[in-house]
Write a protein that binds this ligand. Structure first.
Ligand code: T3D
Length: 253
């Protein structure tokens, strides 16, 4: 099941099948899809934190729920809407990787904007261990986040990628001690939740889009994005706050 709570503007989505290390099955994925739609709609939600209950973030696809006659062309049917919804969400998304994030569990974390991890947690592409290819977005996100050479190496060998390696590779923004990990991850997300939400959304879109653009196109898109950001209340508030020498009170508008 998925647990959904809200803490000061942060929608916390907790994968909660701890006895199966939060392995992913269709019901959980449908719950996640619905919760992401709601988070997108609700104005009071300013950031999303995705985490796991117990000692894992997620061990990936529930391997016990794979029928012998599975149609592998359809295996991603439950994943695609979730990955697309995470990527499309116009609010900061953070994966709080509290324990192992393997296979499609790692893919979920990759589809978030940012990741923080606990000391003792690890990522593992895992697909190769069951003779499969990276899916649920991993083949898209991983090389873009850490580079093609590292992505290939990790996907071939499926090592345990711990905090030090993840930080060095830029895969995570921060590593927090296991004790108090959730509170630290929540504080990280709350900070983003107090930010200029529209500017974040426009930034995310521009950075991803301009990976594929030429310079002239990227510059034109930046100008368009700046026109949209410049029209927000948060931009006006940011300017006022600077001139009045006080912290800004962004409202996400
Ligand atoms: O078919 C498709 O849908 C294609 C898509 C595939 C996407 C994928 O995600 S492929 C990759 C799937 N994930 C894995 O291969 C990881 C499998 N799990 C592990 O390698 C290990 O469990 C871990 C390294 C993650 C953790 O090891 P450890 O020793 O800390 O725990 P454990 O004892 O192995 O696991 C605890 C329980 O969770 C255990 O059940 P039990 O014996 O207590 O009844 C174990 O079977 C269960 N569990 C762990 N991972 C999964 C799982 N049950 C179902 N599915 C799992 N993925």
């Amino acid at each position: 099941m998925l647990k959904v709570t809200t803490e000061e503007g942060v929608r916390v989505l907790t994968l909660a099948r701890p006895d199966r290390l939060n392995a992913l099955e269709p019901g959980l994925l449908r719950g996640l899809r619905k919760a992401l739609r709601e988070a997108a709609r609700e104005e009071g939600v300013r950031a999303v934190l995705l985490t796991g209950e117990g000692r894992a973030f997620s061990a990936g696809q529930d391997l016990e729920a794979v029928p012998a006659d599975r149609d592998y062309l359809r295996v991603l049917d439950d994943y695609i809407p979730v990955i697309e919804a995470l990527f499309a969400l116009e609010k900061p998304t953070v994966a709080a990787v509290n324990g192992v994030a393997a296979g499609a569990g790692m893919s979920l974390a990759l589809a978030c904007d940012l990741r923080v991890m606990a000391e003792g947690a690890f990522f593992s592409p895992a697909f190769v261990r069951v003779g499969l290819v990276p899916d649920a977005g991993m083949s898209y996100f991983l090389p873009r986040l850490v580079g093609l050479a590292r992505a290939l190496d990790w996907c071939y060998r499926s090592p345990r990628i711990g905090p030090e390696e993840a930080l060095t590779a830029g895969l995570v923004s921060a590593v927090f001690p296991q004790e108090g990990f959730f509170a630290s991850a929540l504080a990280f997300a709350k900070e983003l939740g107090r930010g200029p939400t529209r500017a974040y959304a426009l930034t995310k879109r521009a950075l991803w889009r301009n990976l594929e653009a030429d310079l002239a196109d990227a510059l034109a898109y930046e100008a368009e994005s700046q026109a949209a950001a410049g029209a927000t209340e948060d931009h006006a508030e940011g300017l006022r706050a600077f001139l009045e020498k006080r912290p800004p009170g962004f409202r996400g508008r």
